[in-house]
Ligand binder design. Structure first.
Ligand SMILES: Nc1nc2c(ncn2[C@@H]2O[C@H](COP(=O)(O)OP(=O)(O)O)[C@@H](O)[C@H]2O)c(=O)[nH]1
Ligand SMILES: [Mg+2]
Length: 356
């Protein structure tokens, strides 16, 4: 909502529980904070944070929907639940909130009452914070805001300068859908994408578009993980990618087929490190294609990630769980927004590590 501050949205039922989240953390009375009202939403501000207290979910669906409809990104989404609500009912609420807001269920965190301490992560089907975890996450967010407000430019989704550029380098094996993803991101058919037993994309290709005020340069690549490709050819493509990225920040988008994890992909991060350096996973977002395969099998993205092969889990964990799901046969802009959200995280982390 406002520049430079980190935003925490608090969802769920009842006002007092939401307010308690804020007062417990700040150890201050709400009356001492600046606040503003947008219809039934109240925003409480500190120097570094803003807490967006939403009205009752059950009675204010449309207002909550509107809060998320203008492509705003928030830094944390908390859900308060009434005492005694069963885990099943809480999970149902999370799923409903996810549907209404478009926020993935894994980004909605239930605030557990103070007496729940040291609950193992697998205890509930939903993500949650214990009281202590929430305090430390909010402190982290506060520190992040302080650090990023002292930076000369902010590359997050808020306060972006229209000149900000980012390179998205699409990498992955043949047929995973790199070129199709490039077309989805750019919003038109600029990369050749088709079924073929031989690789269709043979050279790196660069295309540009403006997405949410960010100038995005998408670089489509041939399959550089192909063991049959000569070393010199690989070297040539890596050099070309680096040249096309120019001096702007670069985020690698590792494209994988959601229902096919091949032997060649087991050590894909190692191969990537050899090409672009050992810190490459810090700059990588994993993009799974063919989301329809999951929806048809009625498997949620969260369950897919939870139940996938250990080797794939390792890859995901190494990229700090930055994953998105695309269905390239749909022109749904939400999937691009979700990708850009993850890209923002990489850029923010990069800025932070540079500023330390
Ligand atoms: N159904 C479906 N097909 C896809 C998706 N992504 C890619 N494809 C298809 O997969 C084939 C290979 O895609 P392509 O973009 O050429 O893969 P690349 O070799 O990685 O560049 C094409 O026929 C695409 O239409 C997706 O999300 N859903
Ligand atoms: Mg291609």
């Amino acid at each position: 909502m406002s520049d430079n501050k980190s935003s925490v949205v608090i969802l769920g039922k009842g006002t007092s529980l939401k307010e308690a989240v804020i007062t417990n953390f700040l150890e201050k009375d709400l009356d001492s904070l600046t606040n503003r009202k947008i219809n039934a939403i109240t925003v409480y501000e500190t120097k570094e944070l803003e807490f967006i207290c939403t009205p009752d979910f059950e009675t204010s669906h449309s207002e909550i929907k509107a809060l998320f409809s203008d492509k705003q990104f928030y830094d944390m989404h908390l859900v308060v639940v009434e005492r005694g609500l069963s885990p099943e009912d809480t999970w149902a609420l999370i799923e409903e909130l996810s549907k209404t807001t478009g926020v993935e269920t894994e980004n909605l965190f239930v605030v557990l009452p103070r007496q729940h301490q040291q609950v193992p992560e697998s205890h509930y089907p939903f993500k949650f914070y214990t009281f202590d975890q929430l305090q430390s996450k909010l402190s982290e967010l506060e520190k992040k805001s302080t650090a990023s407000s002292s930076l000369p430019t902010v590359e997050g989704s808020k306060g972006r300068h229209p000149d900000t550029k980012v390179n998205l380098v699409l990498l992955g094996m043949t047929g995973t859908g790199k070129s199709a993803c490039g077309n989805t991101i750019i919003g038109k058919k600029v990369f050749e994408s088709k079924i073929s037993s031989i690789p269709v994309t043979k050279e790196c290709q660069k295309e540009e578009a403006q997405i949410n005020f960010l100038n995005v340069r998408v670089i489509d690549t041939p399959d550089m993980f192909d063991d049959e490709m000569e070393k010199s050819a690989k070297g040539k493509h890596v050099k070309k990618c680096n040249e096309l990225c120019e001096s702007d920040p670069c985020v690698f988008v590792l494209v994988m087929h959601v229902s096919r994890f091949t032997d060649g992909e087991r050590d894909i991060l190692k191969k990537l490190e050899k090409m672009f350096g050992e810190n490459v996973s810090k700059q990588t977002v994993i993009l799974f294609t063919r989301g329809n395969d999951l929806w048809q099998a009625e498997i949620s993205f969260r369950d897919f990630l939870h139940d996938c092969q250990d080797k794939l889990k390792e890859i995901v964990a190494k990229c700090d769980n930055r994953c998105v799901l695309f269905e390239n046969s749909k022109s749904d802009p939400d999937q691009v927004d979700k990708l850009m959200n993850q890209v923002d995280l990489v850029l923010k982390n990069k800025k932070l590590s540079q500023s330390q």
